[in-house]
Ligand binder design. Structure first.
Ligand SMILES: Nc1ncnc2c1ncn2[C@@H]1O[C@H](COP(=O)(O)OP(=O)(O)OP(=O)(O)O)[C@@H](O)[C@H]1O
Length: 265
């Protein structure tokens, strides 16, 4: 598989603490990759470095703007070009303006706009599609500051889909969602990958991560300690050493089920 986005030997420290430690990561088209690890492992930091929102102290992040294009350093690509290719869904975002849902979703089209230009037919189509797949049509005129946490999270995801990015970097995209919407969002992200896109999502629900991701990356203290198929990564040893828990790991026909049992002191 051809690498489309990669981090090479990326290191990042703050206040004398190493947050990412010579991390290597390569993502290909068609992959849905779950980034897992305990609180503070460095998942958000790695996602932000991959998105070009955080400058690493050392190392490089390279992006191929199309499947066949040569990889280029993120720093040599303009903001709009990067944003056309990849979108970042933050862990938390408080809307600053009392926009309607459809207008916030429409902001996902910003990388495709010339300054001061109106919405094209393609823009309108992409926004409608994003509202439809995230089942937000009935909320389209609601003011975003009045949304529930889960409704807002789906609206922010719809903004991502409206931008029609190839790569989606999502930080805990299902954290605020009920079980129905968790499944729905995981299905949407998996479908994006099945259609040739690339997804890297930080996740805490290990069962859903195992079920929907083709590959899991386990991060601990800013280092990747396991990278592979879910069942290879979610071993009882890794869960104990990295998360400090003993857990039931049950491989069933319809996927792996992880049930945390007790903390290992
Ligand atoms: N700007 C900063 N200054 C100081 N420490 C920081 C800064 N940004 C992140 N950190 C620290 O780096 C570590 C990794 O943070 P990060 O948010 O990447 O973890 P995470 O794996 O996403 O965690 P969580 O699962 O809790 O969201 C944490 O210990 C955090 O406190």
């Amino acid at each position: 598989m051809t690498t489309i986005l990669s981090a090479q030997q990326v290191s990042f420290a703050r206040d004398g603490n190493v947050i990412l430690d010579k991390t290597d990561l390569a993502l290909s088209a068609g992959e849905m990759v779950g980034l897992i690890g305990p609180n503070g492992a460095g998942k958000s930091s790695l996602l932000r470095v991959m998105a070009g929102l955080l400058q690493p102290d050392s190392g490089a992040v390279n992006l191929s703007v199309t499947a066949n294009a040569a990889a280029q350093s993120l720093s040599t690509l303009s903001g709009p070009v990067r944003a056309q290719v990849m979108a970042y869904l933050p862990q938390q975002e408080t809307p600053a303006w009392p926009l309607q849902v459809e207008h916030l979703v429409g902001l996902g089209r910003a990388p495709w706009h010339k300054p001061m230009s109106g919405k094209s037919a393609r823009d309108k189509q992409a926004i409608e599609h994003a509202l439809e797949i995230t089942e937000l049509q009935s909320l389209r005129q609601r003011i975003v500051t009045t949304l529930s946490g889960g409704e807002l999270q789906r609206t922010l995801l719809a903004r991502v889909f409206a931008g029609e990015p190839h790569i989606i970097l999502a930080d805990e995209p299902i954290a605020a969602l009920d079980p129905y919407h968790q499944l729905h969002v995981m299905e949407l992200l998996a479908t994006h990958a099945q259609q040739g896109g690339t997804v890297l999502a930080a996740l805490h629900d290990l069962s859903l991560a195992a079920r929907f991701c083709s590959r899991l990356i386990l991060l601990h203290h800013g280092k990747i300690v396991a990278d592979g198929e879910p069942i290879q990564v979610l071993t009882t040893e890794n869960l104990e050493q990295v998360y400090g828990i003993s857990a039931y790991v049950d491989c069933r026909e319809d996927g792996v089920v992880i049930i945390p049992r007790k903390r290992v002191l």
